[in-house]
Design a protein around this ligand. Structure first.
Ligand SMILES: [Zn+2]
Length: 87
């Protein structure tokens, strides 16, 4: 059963790149995550957040579950904050 809100809002289809903070560069290189575009799409930010959670040592089973469910970024942000708060 899925309980995920899908919003057709076009504004939420692009997100400021969290890796470079929306600047497009990680000095002196072009940002490897958004490739200088300064923003990333939904699939990319989902992967970025899951990788980030993994790098912070968050629960592997939880991350695998989130990968399968592909929740929206707001849900992911919440999970990420919870995960880091528990550390
Ligand atoms: Zn970037």
């Amino acid at each position: 059963m899925k309980n995920i809100l899908t919003t057709p809002d076009p504004v939420s289809s692009h997100w400021d790149c969290p890796e470079c903070g929306g600047t497009g560069t990680l000095s002196p290189e072009i940002c490897p995550v958004c490739l200088g575009a300064k923003y990333i799409d939904l699939a990319t930010i989902t992967n970025w957040m899951l990788d980030f959670m993994e790098s912070r040592g968050c629960d592997r089973a939880e991350i695998d579950r989130l990968r399968t469910e592909s929740p929206d970024p707001l849900t992911l942000t919440f999970c990420l904050e919870v995960c880091i708060a528990l550390k």
